[in-house]
Design a protein around this ligand. Sequence first.
Ligand code: GUN
Length: 295
Amino acid sequence: MTILDGKKVSNDIKDEITIEVKKMKENGEKVPHLAAVIVGNDGASLTYVGSKVRSCERVGFESTMVRLSNTTSEVELLDKIEELNNNDDIDGFIIQLPLPPQINTQKVLMAVHPDKDVDGFHPMNFGKMALDMSTFIPATPFGILELLDRYGVETKGKHTVVIGRSHIVGRPMSILMGRKGFPGNSTVTLTHSHTKNITQITSQADIIISALGVPNFLKAEMIKDDAVIIDVGITRVPDDSAARGYIITGDVDFDNVSKKASYITPVPGGVGPMTIAMLLKNTLLARERHRAYSK
Ligand code: GUN
């Protein structure tokens, strides 16, 4: 069994990006600038955005964190997005999800200019992804592809089962694994809350990508020998013995599933750090495109 070490690979990617940024600076060019908008005080969202901003500093990007109160109206957020769209200094930005209930998420994601949409959530970018066109690929699925690529995990002709159909992970992942190319060329089954007899499906999978958010959902009895297991779950489970009062738990019963798997991602240290590394990669791409348009 091989651990797909997202922490190590994400550090390698950050080192590669740092070298690119150094070259930009040496050539007297502007470095990439990422902005992150967070609405409200959700603890997990604040942690993620904080990590994204710190990672920008590490690779030499500029970053701006925009914090808005929990009572922000949809119009106020749309105004802020317009400001970021028009700010020539900012190459890309993200709106951290989830948003408070008074705000229509679809409307907000549609307002982000596609050229600055480094999350790849705008329908134009999502459509381009589905049509194999060059675009921003959502960071978590992009990170999973990169992990499979760097470990040389074969995906061609394999049966990939995706658990969960969220717009951020499951849905794009199901599209990407079936695309022509590597990693891709899989036969994909997308499972969700209405799927019947899920064990019958997962037990036929060569690759399982679980993005459900239910701690320890995937048990050893649900997989076949030598399956590749990608765990996207990052649920905070209350635990009084932990310093923070909670532990981060994945969708996969790691101790037992890892005994049967050929490759497996740990939680934490698997997919999570890859998401941030790929957001940085998308921001670098946004900067390169922005510079090309501005010439
Ligand atoms: N919330 C959970 N994952 C993500 C992500 O990748 N991007 C944004 N913007 N919000 C998220």
